[in-house]
Structures are given as structure tokens and as C-alpha cells.
Design a protein around this ligand. Structure first.
Ligand code: NAD
Ligand code: AHE
Ligand code: ZN
Ligand code: ZN
Length: 372
């Protein structure tokens, strides 16, 4: 197979708008797969890396990690997917062989983490280039390109009847939020829950909390335009911290007779992470960090908060093992267990992808889905 040309949104440098370019793409090598991306969501993590705040950020790069696509070609030795298969790219791969995959304790496969973090394929090179100069991959997925090359272990094969322009959201946001509640926290019927930040992740956490039969779901955001959707999805209370002259953790502790059983930080703000921990019930409350904070940011609290039984933990991709578990999320979506339409507030062609970032920063979108 010869190199091909592909349309892609290239981030040439931090803070710069993405530039739609025709770039060169090398064919898939051994263990790699060429995928035609049909649609991709834009997640806050893409904006975070584009901003320059990501310690792993590297430019020029093709961002995007919330895609759905169709296998166009396979490299040597690829056996688990074939041309025509429908797939969701995975930024958390699943090799099934590494210490992490075999541990039964985590979804954080480390087989290719080192090269992935450097924007490279597992052999240490990039498949993308422009005028002979390499362009880096992002999170092993680079879904802001019509065609992209991924390692075989970074693809979940899904039911062909699922609409890729919707289930692409299961490639990050929706799975992350639902998984954080059901997999990481393991919320039980009757538990009380607080969700900080009502973007794609926080709203998905609300869906997860409803599925887990939480008795109370407190939705917190400083943008009140998010409250209607939060309520529609099942939040029992909505709270704007700006409306109070005391810390939001105190407000929630008072609302819940001592604090919630579980809280979820879905923003990436280290001050809010502290509030999320401290609004948990003494003795057993658990706070799950989902938000991604910028370089140099650190969390803090009084150790007494942990001594007295609160637990701080985090989650990536909702603790979901992509190859073995994500196809079932797609089946559950197809079975009507949850919906995705509410999340898709905007759809745009690739050429207008910068508007998706504007809408996110203006607080006007939940998810914009980009079509190719
Ligand atoms: P988003 O921008 O769509 O939503 C963030 C929400 O937080 C917005 O509604 C905003 O109004 C609200 N917010 C901002 N500051 C606030 C504050 N001080 N108090 C209360 N609410 C506030 O973002 P998203 O796509 O939902 O992503 C949320 C976070 O999760 C980001 O940090 C993203 O990088 C991270 N993320 C992590 C994972 C993971 O696997 N851990 C996966 C996906 C996204
Ligand atoms: N590169 C950042 C870390 C970014 C991060 O934590 N990413 C999440 C997924 S966010 C998806 O929207 C993740 O999967 N983390 C686990 C991992 O291995 O990256 C930094 O701080 O360096
Ligand atoms: Zn994401
Ligand atoms: Zn592994």
C-alpha cells in the first residue's frame, strides 16, 4: 500500500487555531490499522492540550480522541479487525498481555504508553507528515483526521448497526463519566452523589448515577445553563457555588446530613477537587477525580480529611477496558439503556472545527460532533 493524503485539522502550536490541511499518511505497519474516521467528538482534553497546559503536549500534532470509524486497511499480522469493521479508537489500549492488563486491577494498559505519550507509534515514528516533516499523533488516536493509523490494540470492534456519529462519544466522554460511577466508584442503590462540572463528563456521570440507582444526585456548575439538561438526565438538585458566600463543600455537607457517599470532579480545577473531597461524608465518603489539571497544578487538603475516612481516587476512561468492555457499552446504547442525543448539542464539518472549541469555551455546547 502506498502513502495516502488525508484531510486533517493540524495544531501547529499551542494556543493557535487548528489549520485544515492535506497531510501525508504512511500505510499501516505491522500490527497497525488504517481507519477512516466518520465522526469525532471534541473533548475538553483536546482543548487542554491545545492550550499548552498539557505537560505531554507536543506540536505539530493532530488532536482528537473521541472518534468512530471504519477499518480501511490492515498491516501485517493484524488478526482481530478486518476491512469494513466498525471501530472506536482507544486512547487507553488493551494488549491483554502486560502486567497492568493481567492484574485485573486496572484498565491502564501500559504496552505502548511511552511512545503514545511522545506522539509516536509503537515503533517510535509518526505516520503523519507534511512536506516531509513529521506531525505527531495524539493519545494514539488523532481522530481529527479523515484517515488515521492506530495500533490494533487501540481499537474496539463494535456492532455495525451503531451510528458512528453518535457512539463516537463512547470513545471518551460518555464512557468516562458512566464508568467512573459504575466501575471506579461502584455507586450502590441509595447512595448520595455530587457531580462537579456539567460538561460531557459530568452529565455522563449523572447518567451513571441514575443507572446505579443513587438516591440523590447533586449537580454543581457555575454555568446555570447546564442545569436543565442535568435535571432532564436525573439530577435531583442543582447548585451554583457562586450563589453562596461559603465554601460549596459546606453547602453540600449541610444539604446531605454530613456529606455525600461519592463525589466526582469533572472540571480539572484543583480547588474544586478539594471541595469535592471535603463534601464527602466522614468515615466513608469517596471522591473520584476525573478532571485533568494543567502542568504544575497540585491538589491539597488537610490530611485529617483522609484520616477521618474520606478517600481520594482518580479514574481514566472510567476504568473501562476498551477492547473487552466498550463493545458492550455500545450494545447497551443500542438496547436503549441510555441516550446520546442530549449530548450532541452541535454538529459541524471538519472545516469548522475551531468553532467547536469556541462553543466549548463559551459554555454553549456539551459536545460538538465533527463530521468528515
Ligand atoms: P466541559 O468543558 O464540557 O465541562 C466542564 C464543566 O465544568 C462546564 O460545564 C463548566 O461550566 C464547569 N465548570 C468550570 N469551572 C467550574 C467551577 N469552578 N465550578 C463548577 N463548575 C465549573 O469539559 P468535559 O469535556 O466534560 O471534561 C471535563 C474534564 O474531564 C476536563 O478536565 C477533561 O480534560 C477531563 N476528562 C478526563 C477524562 C479521564 O479519563 N480522566 C476523560 C475525559 C475528560
Ligand atoms: N497528558 C496529561 C494527562 C492527561 C490525562 O490524564 N489523560 C487521561 C485521559 S483524558 C481524556 O479526555 C488519561 O487517560 N490518563 C491516563 C494516561 O495514561 O494518560 C499529563 O498530565 O501529562
Ligand atoms: Zn476526552
Ligand atoms: Zn496491556
Amino acid at each position: 500500500m502506498q502513502p495516502i493524503k488525508t484531510r486533517a485539522a493540524v495544531a501547529w502550536g499551542p494556543g493557535q487555531p487548528l489549520s485544515i490541511e492535506e497531510v501525508d499518511l504512511m500505510p499501516p505497519q505491522q500490527g497497525e490499522v488504517l481507519v477512516r474516521i466518520i465522526a469525532t467528538g471534541v473533548c475538553h482534553t483536546d482543548a487542554y492540550t491545545l492550550s499548552g497546559d498539557d505537560p505531554e503536549g507536543i506540536f505539530p500534532v493532530i488532536l482528537g480522541h473521541e472518534g468512530g470509524g471504519i477499518v480501511e486497511a490492515v498491516g501485517e499480522g493484524v488478526t482481530s479487525v478486518a476491512v469494513g469493521d466498525h471501530v472506536i479508537p482507544l486512547y487507553t489500549p488493551e494488549c491483554g498481555k502486560c502486567k497492568f492488563c493481567l492484574s485485573g486491577k486496572t484498565n491502564l494498559c501500559q504496552a505502548i504508553r511511552a511512545t503514545q505519550g511522545k506522539g509516536l507509534m509503537p515503533d517510535g515514528t509518526s505516520r503523519f507528515s507534511k512536506d516531509g516533516k513529521p506531525i505527531y499523533h495524539y493519545m494514539g488516536t488523532s481522530t481529527f483526521s479523515e484517515y488515521t493509523v492506530l495500533p490494533e490494540i487501540s481499537l474496539a470492534k463494535i456492532n455495525k448497526s451503531a451510528p458512528l456519529e453518535k457512539v463516537c462519544l463512547l470513545g471518551c466522554g460518555v464512557t468516562t463519566g458512566m464508568g467512573a460511577v459504575m466501575n471506579t466508584a461502584k455507586v450502590q442503590p441509595g447512595d448520595t452523589v455530587a457531580v462537579f462540572g456539567l460538561g460531557g463528563i459530568g452529565l455522563s456521570a449523572i447518567i451513571g448515577a441514575v443507572m446505579a440507582k443513587a438516591s440523590r444526585i447533586i449537580a454543581i456548575d457555575i454555568n446555570e445553563s447546564k442545569f436543565a439538561i442535568a435535571r432532564q438526565l436525573g439530577a435531583t438538585d442543582v447548585v451554583n457555588p457562586k450563589k453562596y458566600d461559603k465554601p460549596i463543600q459546606e453547602v453540600i455537607v449541610e444539604m446531605t446530613d454530613g456529606g455525600v457517599d461519592f463525589s466526582f470532579e469533572c472540571i480539572g480545577n484543583v480547588q474544586v477537587m478539594r471541595s469535592a473531597l471535603e463534601c464527602c461524608h466522614k468515615g466513608w465518603g469517596e471522591s473520584v477525580i476525573i478532571g485533568v489539571a494543567g502542568a504544575g497544578q497540585e491538589i491539597s487538603t488537610r490530611p485529617f480529611q483522609l484520616v477521618t475516612g474520606r478517600v481520594w481516587r482518580g479514574t481514566a476512561f472510567g476504568g473501562v477496558k476498551g477492547r473487552s468492555e466498550l463493545p458492550d457499552y455500545v450494545e447497551r446504547y443500542l438496547a436503549g439503556e441510555f441516550e446520546l442525543d442530549t449530548f450532541i448539542t452541535h454538529t459541524l464539518p471538519l472545516e469548522r472545527i475551531n468553532e467547536a472549541f469556541d462553543l466549548m469555551h463559551e459554555g454553549k455546547s456539551i459536545r460538538t460532533v465533527i463530521h468528515f
